[in-house]
Design a binder for this molecule. Structure first.
Ligand SMILES: *[C@@H]1O[C@H](CO)[C@@H](O)[C@H](O)[C@H]1NC(C)=O
Ligand SMILES: *[C@@H]1O[C@H](CO)[C@@H](O)[C@H](O)[C@H]1NC(C)=O
Ligand SMILES: *[C@@H]1O[C@H](CO)[C@@H](O)[C@H](O)[C@H]1NC(C)=O
Ligand SMILES: *[C@@H]1O[C@H](CO)[C@@H](O)[C@H](O)[C@H]1NC(C)=O
Ligand SMILES: *[C@@H]1O[C@H](CO)[C@@H](O)[C@H](O)[C@H]1NC(C)=O
Ligand SMILES: *[C@@H]1O[C@H](CO)[C@@H](O)[C@H](O)[C@H]1NC(C)=O
Ligand SMILES: *[C@@H]1O[C@H](CO)[C@@H](O)[C@H](O)[C@H]1NC(C)=O
Ligand SMILES: *[C@@H]1O[C@H](CO)[C@@H](O)[C@H](O)[C@H]1NC(C)=O
Ligand SMILES: *[C@@H]1O[C@H](CO)[C@@H](O)[C@H](O)[C@H]1NC(C)=O
Length: 428
């Protein structure tokens, strides 16, 4: 039955053009050959005899004679390419194996597949490096029993529903392709064929990849976590300033690594002054703020370091417009330092000697500021002692407010020269 349908089909062509005429390539024939004048009559006759011929079904779209003729040309070439034994009588197999260019060319002839011959029962397109989605064209041949697309590079998903509709399909091979993993395992479709139809097709969970994932999960992941913890631990201990502000437990606590970095490892350029036991550096914190860093060079006992810490805790709480703002301190085994805000203003001693200070009103304002600061300290923080002299009072950048800047930290000696300082403001 099937072969007789085909005879009708190809006879329509060979009646006019003996197959030997089709000697050029399929593309040349498609370009040069035109339907003979009585081709329409032949087709109509064919359909009268065999209404089942696919091109006779004109319920959805009218017959396109040009397309039917072109598909006949392609069929005769493809039949020969597929090495069917007798292309005049039958065309059972489309078999293009290991010929990537030929396979891709024939797959591109949409009109051929649309009228796919009812005699074709086997389609073999293996090992053609086809780089495309699933060739749904081939599914127009609804009667096929074998479909082999193995060893290609097909991607995307497999049209499971359309494949399921091919009731005669018993042998399917999609192995060795790059399909995206679908949930086909243990579906009806999967059971109709079996796993050997989908070897390395990308459709089934890949045991190797699964093992890799397990390996990653069991080995690499913990290592990464441990490394991250180490990094985090190191940062917490050495450079907490690299952590987000919210993660820092005590943002006023500076580590010696932080002080090192802020002062370019105590470079000479950063050294502002040197007094007995105290080196003053101008540092830049990681957030860009400038800071005055007083480093206490004297080696002290553990007990003294504890006192130092307490004093620092106290001065940290000072909040007054006439007191320099304390940012934090460092109290590690080999480094004690107090970090305060940096002011670009000169100290009162140099200010007094400059012309700017000449106005009595401004002098009075500065004195009042100092007095306010001192009162605040005496009233609220009697335990904090400070060093008050004209060189230790700084002027703020903007407002010419005085800032008391030297708290007595680290040596514990009470040493207040307040009256002599006030004297100085007026009699200089
Ligand atoms: C004709 O095609 C329609 C859909 O395009 C299909 O439902 C119908 O079964 C076909 N008829 C024959 C005789 O193939
Ligand atoms: C459909 O095909 C039949 C022959 O099977 C033909 O008589 C009829 O004219 C065709 N209809 C159209 C719209 O092409
Ligand atoms: C037949 O199909 C060709 C393309 O395949 C198209 O260019 C042509 O317009 C169609 N003819 C008719 C009558 O639909
Ligand atoms: C059919 O294929 C053979 C090679 O398999 C080739 O030599 C021959 O020319 C082809 N015939 C046609 C008509 O294309
Ligand atoms: C696939 O085709 C290549 C040439 O394109 C050939 O060398 C190879 O042997 C073929 N492999 C299989 C399994 O047919
Ligand atoms: C596949 O099936 C869908 C409906 O489920 C249909 O729209 C589509 O045209 C079919 N494709 C082919 C190539 O048969
Ligand atoms: C399946 O094969 C049988 C027997 O060859 C045939 O009668 C039937 O039409 C085929 N089914 C389809 C969907 O082509
Ligand atoms: C899978 O199906 C093929 C035929 O489609 C058969 O030859 C093979 O034995 C089957 N393998 C298993 C494990 O069932
Ligand atoms: C599909 O092809 C592969 C590779 O040639 C082969 O190992 C496998 O057995 C085939 N599967 C079926 C169902 O024929």
């Amino acid at each position: 039955m099937a072969s007789s349908l085909f005879i009708f089909f190809l006879n329509s062509l060979s009646n006019f053009l003996p197959l030997s005429v089709l000697s050029a390539t399929v593309l040349e024939d498609l370009a040069t050959l035109t339907p003979p004048p009585d081709f329409t009559t032949t087709i109509t006759t064919n359909c009268l005899h065999n209404p089942l011929l696919r091109y006779c079904n004109n319920t959805s779209s009218p017959m396109n004679i040009t397309e039917i003729f072109r598909s006949t040309i392609v069929a005769s070439h493809l039949c020969n390419e597929s090495k069917n034994p007798n292309c005049i009588d039958s065309f059972p197999k489309i078999r293009i194996h290991s010929r990537p260019k030929t396979a891709a060319l024939y797959l591109s002839f949409d009109f051929f597949w649309k009228y796919c011959h009812l005699t074709v029962v086997e389609i073999q397109l293996g090992n053609n490096s086809l780089k495309s989605e699933f060739p749904t064209n081939a599914l127009s041949c609804a009667q096929i029993r074998t479909l082999d697309l193995s060893y290609n590079q097909l991607t995307g998903s497999v049209p499971v529903q359309n494949l399921s509709r091919l009731t005669n399909l018993t042998h399917l091979n999609l192995s060795y392709n790059w399909f995206s993993e679908d949930k086909i395992l243990n579906t009806e479709f999967f059971n109709r064929f079996n796993a050997s139809s989908f070897i390395h097709s990308g459709l089934l969970p890949d045991v190797k990849r699964y093992k890799m994932r397990v390996l990653v999960l069991l080995v690499v992941f913990p290592i990464v976590v441990i490394l991250l913890c180490c990094c985090l631990g190191w940062l917490c201990l050495k450079r907490p300033d690299y952590l987000p502000r919210t993660c820092r437990r005590r943002s006023h606590k500076f580590t010696s690594a932080m002080i090192d970095a802020a002062t370019d490892e105590f470079s000479d350029q950063r050294l502002v002054s040197k007094r007995s036991g105290v080196d003053i550096h101008r540092g830049t914190l990681r957030d860009g703020r400038e800071a005055k860093i007083e480093v206490y060079t004297e080696k002290v006992s553990k007990e003294k370091r504890r006192e130092f810490e307490e004093e620092c805790e106290a001065v940290l709480k000072l909040r007054h417009k006439n007191l320099v703002k304390v940012l934090g301190w460092c109290n590690s085994r080999n480094l004690r330092a107090l970090v305060t805000e940096w002011t670009n203003g000169e100290n009162v001693e140099t200010w007094l000697s400059s012309s700017l200070a000449s106005s009595w009103r401004r002098r009075l304002r500065v004195v009042m500021g100092v007095v306010e600061g001192v009162c605040y300290l005496w009233e609220q923080w009697p335990e904090i002692t400070f060093d008050l002299n004209t060189s230790s009072v700084l002027l703020s950048d903007d407002d010419q407010e005085p800032l008391i800047s030297q708290f007595k930290i680290g040596d514990g000696t009470v040493h207040q020269q307040i009256y002599s300082t006030l004297d100085c403001f007026f009699w200089r």
